[in-house]
Structures are given as structure tokens and as C-alpha cells.
Design a protein around this ligand. Structure first.
Ligand code: SAH
Length: 247
């Protein structure tokens, strides 16, 4: 994993450049997501600018439940932060993409900071922490779960709650007869890598994790958190609520 203070500079920030082009000119070139284990995929840039009405139900529910002082982690173009502001809520949006944070400010996000979730200079306490659009991916690898939950402990106010969504990639491994092809000696099946490409900018490859609800709960509980299923989405995705277990 990169250092706790890492920020993505504009030169290697494929997604940030796409976000900046779209925000500033109304259009963007193709944003391509490649992976060594999944098929290449084009990410529609306008998806990153979705309004509340266009968001999946699990995201809408996370925004409804968010209260008090809210931290939006990996906020991207600021779509959730703007929706929260419109609902009259108090949100701080953070992202490691310097360009995305510039765009958030231009779009009217009042409190947007270019800072890494793991950077201890971020030392406020929040009543709600949201990580959306497979926000669980920001943990990057299962081995990082203890570090992630330790960080959540530092950032949560008493009684604070985390809302994060993810997907269970099990469907990728299902055979026609209903059995599964999973290499039990390999990595966890939701462990993937991505590299994002935009115009001539090829971002560095990074680890990303999709985590099924059961595995998330096991790790959350091992790290002192309770985990609740808030709702399931339309395709193997779900929204989870996590909070520190009462002593
Ligand atoms: N939540 C947004 C964007 C999702 S893309 C949306 O739903 O549209 C994931 C974002 O997380 C990217 O903008 C990336 O720069 C940011 N990110 C990745 N790791 C991060 C970290 N450690 N701290 C803060 N932001 C991070």
C-alpha cells in the first residue's frame, strides 16, 4: 500500500482528468478500466456526476441515513456531498485526487479536502462516515482490514456509524450447474486489481477489493465492530452499516 499521506498527482490521475474535463467542458473522452483478472470496461464519466434521482437505491438510503457531521470518503466529483448539502446536511468530502477536489470546490462543495483517509492530519470526529460506489474497495486488501477499522475508530464520534456498499463477485465464478470455480488456495475471490486509463494518462495499477457481506462481518467483528445489512441492491450489491460494538 502507498504511504498514508499519498495524493494522486494530476499527471497520473486518469479518473481525475476525466472528472475535470467533464465538469469544465461538459464532455470527456473514454475512461477505460483495465484489470488482470476482469474484462476491460468503459466507465461512463457522466455516471460519476449522478444526481440523487439517478443514484442506486442503496446510495440514496445511505444519504438518507447519514446525520450529524458526515465524512464522504473518496468523494470523486462530489455527487454525494452535493446531494447531502441539498438535504441541508453537514458534510466534509475528502479525496486523494487533487483534481477531483478542485472540481468539487468549483461545483459548490463547501468543505472539500485533498487528503488521504489514512493521513492522521485528518483528525476530526464524525457522526457518519460514508464510502460509496464500492467504497469497501478502499481497504484494498483483506490484510488491511485491521488498519482500516483502527482508522475508523479514530474518526468516529461516540455512537457514530459507517455506511459502505460493495458487491459479492461470486456471480463471476458460477457455473451453469450452480457450482462455483474458486481457487481456494488463491487470494480471496473479491480481490482484484485495476488500472484506469484516460486519453494518454495511464494511472498506476492499484489493488481494490469487492467484499461479500459475510466476509465483511467476520472482519468487522474481529475488529470490534457490529455489522448490519441495511439493504440489498439489484445485482449482488448491498449497503452495510457498521458501528463500534458497545462494551
Ligand atoms: N464516491 C465517488 C467516487 C468513487 S471512485 C462516487 O461514488 O462517484 C473512488 C474515489 O476514491 C476516487 O476518487 C479515488 O481518488 C478515491 N480514493 C481512493 N483511495 C482513497 C483514500 N485512501 N483516501 C481518500 N480517497 C481515496
Amino acid at each position: 500500500m502507498k504511504s498514508n499521506t499519498y495524493l494522486t498527482p494530476p499527471e497520473t490521475d486518469a479518473m481525475g482528468n476525466a472528472i475535470a474535463d467533464y465538469a469544465r467542458t461538459g464532455k470527456a473522452a473514454k475512461l477505460i478500466v483495465t484489470s488482470t483478472m476482469l474484462d476491460d470496461d468503459e466507465m461512463p464519466v457522466d455516471l460519476l456526476f449522478r444526481g440523487f434521482a439517478d443514484m442506486p437505491a442503496i446510495e440514496q438510503e445511505a444519504l438518507r441515513l447519514a446525520q450529524g457531521k458526515i465524512l464522504d470518503v473518496g468523494a470523486g466529483s462530489g455527487c454525494h456531498a452535493l446531494a447531502l448539502q441539498e438535504m441541508g446536511k453537514d458534510v466534509c468530502a475528502i479525496d486523494i485526487s487533487i483534481l477531483s477536489v478542485e472540481v468539487m470546490r468549483e461545483r459548490g462543495v463547501r468543505n472539500a479536502r485533498a487528503i488521504n483517509l489514512f493521513d492522521e492530519r485528518l483528525c476530526d470526529r464524525f457522526d457518519t462516515i460514508i464510502l460509496l460506489m464500492n467504497g469497501a474497495g478502499m481497504m484494498q486488501r483483506l490484510e488491511n482490514m485491521p488498519q482500516f477499522f483502527m482508522r475508523m475508530r479514530q474518526l468516529l464520534a461516540p455512537g457514530g456509524k459507517i455506511y459502505m456498499d460493495s458487491s459479492d463477485l461470486i456471480y463471476l465464478y458460477e457455473n451453469e450447474d450452480g457450482s462455483y470455480d474458486i481457487d481456494l488456495n488463491g487470494d480471496y475471490y473479491g480481490q482484484v486489481d485495476f488500472a484506469i486509463q484516460y486519453k494518454n494518462i495511464k494511472g498506476e495499477p492499484f489493488d481494490w477489493i469487492y467484499i461479500d457481506f459475510g466476509t465483511l462481518c467476520v472482519h468487522a467483528e474481529a475488529n470490534g465492530f457490529e455489522c448490519r445489512m441495511v439493504m440489498e441492491g439489484e445485482h449482488y450489491d448491498y449497503l452495510a452499516e457498521l458501528q463500534l460494538r458497545q462494551q
